[in-house]
Design a protein around this ligand. Sequence first.
Ligand SMILES: [Zn+2]
Length: 390
Amino acid sequence: MIVERTIKLKLELSDESKETLRQTMVLSNRIFNEIARYGFDNHTCSKVSVHHATYYGIREQHPELPCSILQGIRDVACEALKGLELKTLPRSKPFSAIRYNKRVHKINLIKQNVSLSSVKGRVTATFSIPEYYKQYLEWEFKTSTLRYNKQQNVFYLHVVIHKPSPEPVGNKVLGIDRGIVNIAVTSNNHFFNSKPIKNVRAKYAFLRAKLQSKGTKSAKKLLRKISRKEQRFVSKVNHCISKEIVAMPFDIFAIEDLTSIRVQSRTRGIDFTQKLNNWAFYELEQFIRYKAEAVGKSVVTIDPRYTSQKCSVCGHIYKGNRKGNSFHCVKCGFQIHADLNAARNIAVLGISGNGRLSVTQPYIACDEVEARKGIDTEHSDNAAHFIVRS
Ligand SMILES: [Zn+2]
């Protein structure tokens, strides 16, 4: 299996180079629209036929555009047409991101510079690599996307790099139970609970209620802003927890299939908190997958039915076994924290493979949390100090 990551670099460019790249972008996107229009009108997304029909005309009209950039645009346009099944015409805005394949740019992560083809020859830029990205210096480099932030007048290069993932080593399974009070409880007796999270979320809940009652336009805008802030905070916590879990001496992480996770059935209707919870559970899973695959570990999902009602010692299933946080088996008398009982059941299902569900491996293009490191520091102290009890 191949592990892929995207690193985001902020380019340092002279004003002249910026102008050149802006022109390159505008022209590239105009040509993208032209090529897409041809494919759409002629009902084809074949790179060969689109190439024959459009290439020479465009070369003649725009000799300043390097031919490998043009080929890249054609490929992207054909892929876009294919993606939309030729039913919709794909359109680019003047400053939409453009793809740079291997042939049209040369990047040196160690010397921290890049040269990009443009309408006026090569443009060189420098960048600084954040500390966190330094682990990727040895990875093979695949393709890049050039993005432009018009408001800030800043160019970013999103560089996709890859390497083969390490061979899986063992088969020790760790069960992970996700919940609201305890964000995660693992079958080796670790509780990831979070008082800071509760405090922060209570603060946001209060703010939200206040703003919702106002109902003005600016209140709604502010509401969206704090929602994003809250999500960023939750992401940070998820990042810390997943990092710690993946570092544990286990090879396979068993987790409940999210689509039927218990919380959904417990509450009626979906409010914001509910949505955030579902999203947070999903994100934690993605982070664990993402970090696990990089070190040759894996994640399996299991059928969540009865994981909270079943006794992890004798296997007796009874609804009344669980009361709130405590689990008390009516058959064998075993007593344990309810979430830990569930985590152990999840581990057993992960080991036996019986409860495993087949899923397609998700793909995350960019570890946004890590990319945001250093930008969003407001709650970082809180996020780093979630409580670990064992
Ligand atoms: Zn029992």
